[in-house]
Design a protein around this ligand. Structure first.
Ligand code: FAD
Length: 301
């Protein structure tokens, strides 16, 4: 199938065989068969419609900070919303498009005296990805601030959902089955200087504990109920464990890093070995947090 099969107005936004590895923080994985960079709701709607008409799977790419893309790449259409990133703070609320960078959102909220999203400081990626993954940490998660979300649902319909209509769980939400377009987040009014300091403090804590300057997809595994995945991975003797260019970080056991030339297959094999060792040592079956494209056995629920 060629680009000609897509509606004409999408052609200038569409590329074939786009390498995806540079679009991810782990820097592994093959190309997307088709890649669309949307700059408007119309682009998104046209892309969703075209993928459905052509019978192609659709994947939504945010900042690629929680993704493990297979070496053979991804069939179908990869849709990216980086061109949709407006942020409007009004009092205790902020209206933000899915392609906005989460850190930019946190900084804008702090600078404009909106308290709440500072708890998400230091989490890479986009607002769309954060909503799809219910990103968060020890101080809170994005679901805590959601008032409503506009998305294209899995049936291809544009829909506005209030917080109570959306299923959020630990590091996952149903929104990843559709395309998040924008959201309104609700916080409270706060003191700008204090908010900037608070966000900086949380960022510093993350920088001190995690291998931020390395290529990774963040936490490879979800924390099992009441336990730290990083700790039990360390206790199972996995720190520094290596398969090819993929390595369990020396700084944080739950981070798998690409030391330079890793392939996705090596990361997947390393995750398998870690899962096995942890099961043997603790009887706990780790669940991946990282999203694998295309879906395969190793996949977050
Ligand atoms: C160094 C480092 C530290 C990290 N620390 C944390 C942390 O503290 N807490 C935490 O929760 N995560 C953390 N992560 C993981 C990651 O940053 C989050 O999961 C982030 O929210 C993913 O956003 P993204 O835009 O990069 O999404 P991507 O990785 O691009 O995509 C992740 C999933 O979201 C879906 N998605 C993306 N955009 C949309 C959209 N618009 N509509 C629907 N679905 C969409 C994708 O299809 C995919 O299923 C960390 C990652 C790194 C590399």
């Amino acid at each position: 199938m060629s680009i000609a099969a897509f509606p004409k107005r999408l052609h200038e936004r569409l590329r074939c065989n786009e390498p995806l590895s540079p679009h991810t923080t782990l820097r592994v994985g093959g190309p997307a068969e088709y890649y669309v960079e949307a700059t408007s709701l119309r682009d998104v709607a046209d892309t969703v419609h075209a993928a459905r008409e052509l019978g192609l799977p659709l994947h939504v790419l945010g900042g690629g900070s929680n993704l493990l893309i297979a070496d053979e790449g991804v069939k179908g259409v990869v849709l990216c919303l980086h061109g949709m990133k407006s942020i409007n703070v009004f009092g205790s609320k902020v209206q933000v498009q899915a392609g906005a960078n989460l850190s930019t959102l946190v900084n804008r909220c702090s600078a404009e005296g909106l308290a709440g999203p500072q708890t998400l400081a230091g989490i890479p990626g986009t607002v769309g990805g954060a909503l799809a993954m219910n990103a968060g940490g020890r101080y809170g998660e994005i679901a805590d601030y959601v008032e409503r979300v506009i998305w294209i649902n899995p049936e291809g319909e544009l829909q506005s959902l209030y917080r109570e209509e959306i299923k959020f769980a630990y590091r996952i939400s149903e929104l990843r089955h559709g395309v998040v377009i924008e959201a309104v987040l609700q916080g409270t009014v706060g003191d700008r200087k204090a908010l900037i300091a608070h966000a900086r403090d949380i960022l510093q804590q993350k920088l001190a504990a995690q291998p931020y300057s390395e290529f990774s997809a963040g936490c490879a595994f979800k924390n099992p109920m009441g336990q730290s995945a990083g700790k039990i991975i360390d206790l199972a003797g996995c720190k520094g464990l290596r398969v090819g260019g993929a390595q369990v970080s020396d700084r944080h056991g739950n981070f798998i890093i690409n030391t330079g030339e890793a392939r996705a297959a090596e990361v997947i094999e390393l995750m398998r070995q870690v899962t096995q060792r942890v099961f043997e040592a603790h009887g706990i079956e780790l669940q991946p947090e990282v999203q694998v494209w295309p879906r395969r056995g190793l996949q977050a629920a």
